[in-house]
Design a protein around this ligand. Structure first.
Ligand SMILES: [Zn+2]
Ligand SMILES: [Zn+2]
Length: 115
């Protein structure tokens, strides 16, 4: 488990305050994408603005909630594992691949399977 950081290491925002607009940790509230990577033109139910520093890396709390963890296995790269396995890290890549951003709640939720 990673300890909460009192200030963003990108822009120095304290917990609960918005990142500045050049912070590379900031995510766009409307899309969940990295602030720099969003073109801020899509129609969303919330404005495109930087999110708030929570004390955690963006997405980590959602990985914990979903139980999505991975660890680095020699020769195999990142492999899904249990949250309490040695070396387990929140599986942010899986979040981007298998979840979608909910701008209303500000959380990632698993994509609805359409099959
Ligand atoms: Zn920041
Ligand atoms: Zn945006």
């Amino acid at each position: 488990m990673v300890d909460a950081q009192p200030r963003c290491h990108g822009c120095g925002a304290p917990v609960g305050e918005q990142h500045d607009r050049v912070c590379d940790v900031a995510r766009c509230r409307a899309t969940g994408l990295q602030w720099d990577s969003c073109d801020h033109t899509s129609i969303a139910p919330v404005p495109h603005e930087p999110d708030v520093w929570t004390g955690r890396w963006p997405g980590e709390d959602d990985c914990e909630r979903l139980g999505w963890f991975a660890r680095l296995e020699p020769g195999q790269g990142w492999v899904p594992c249990d949250p309490d396995a040695p070396g387990a890290q929140p599986d942010i890549n899986r979040l981007y691949a298998e979840a979608e951003w909910d701008p209303i709640t500000g959380h990632w939720t698993p994509k609805v399977q359409t099959r």
